[in-house]
Design a protein around this ligand. Structure first.
Ligand code: GLN
Length: 197
């Protein structure tokens, strides 16, 4: 099975580890560059993207992570993780830097105050109806030509893929439905071929 890390600086790390294990991956927390070097793919969890960004700098993970993503390591980000994978954030708080990897512009906390948290069935290309849990969720404002839109909610883009990078505005790790994680595990298998068999 492929070895998939979960960036364990802040956020719902445990839920992703459980979902990955259920989807047949060997799942491990990643906090140090040495641990990052050992995984075939990485999940960036939901949480608070400004905090994840600051801690990644502090732990010396931001640069190695950018390099591995550029090198084609499969990555999946949910919610704050989606923000961290955006090449660009609309109105970033001063100093907030992303890891990048997906040609898209993201709007943080986009669904608004009166609608801070909600659940909705989202039709995800290649998967079908998924129960989407949205918590102060971002949406994707626009995507580049190489970025595939996998799902929209009320006209806003909430799931995308570019090559080996996958991102959702919502949190499949909170629902017990492991199909999004299974899709990511499959992407990691495809990338690593023989090693994963
Ligand atoms: N609003 C958070 C952020 O901007 C994301 C929320 C989440 O991950 N549930 O990072």
């Amino acid at each position: 099975s492929p070895v998939i890390g979960v960036l364990a600086l802040q956020g719902d790390v445990r839920e992703h580890l459980i979902a990955l294990a259920a989807a047949d991956a060997v799942a491990r927390p990643v906090r140090r560059p040495e641990e990052l070097a050992e995984v075939d793919g990485l999940v960036i969890p939901g949480g608070e993207s400004t905090t994840i960004s600051k801690l990644a700098d502090l732990f010396g993970l931001a640069e190695p992570l950018r390099e591995r993503i550029k090198g084609g390591m499969p990555v999946y980000g949910s919610c704050a993780g989606l923000i961290m994978l955006a090449d660009k954030i609309l109105d970033p708080r001063s100093g907030q830097e992303t890891f990048g990897g997906i040609d898209m512009i993201v709007r943080r906390n986009a669904f608004g105050r009166q609608n801070e948290s909600f659940e909705a069935t989202v039709e995800v290309a290649g998967i079908g109806g998924v129960e989407g849990v949205f918590i102060r969720a971002p949406w994707v404002e626009s995507v580049g030509a190489a970025t595939e839109v996998l799902a929209e909610h009320e006209g806003h883009i909430v799931a995308v893929r570019q090559g080996s990078a996958l991102a959702t505005s919502f949190h499949p790790e909170l629902t017990g439905d492991h199909r999004v994680h299974a899709l990511f595990v499959e992407m990691v298998r495809e990338k690593h071929g023989a090693r994963s068999r």
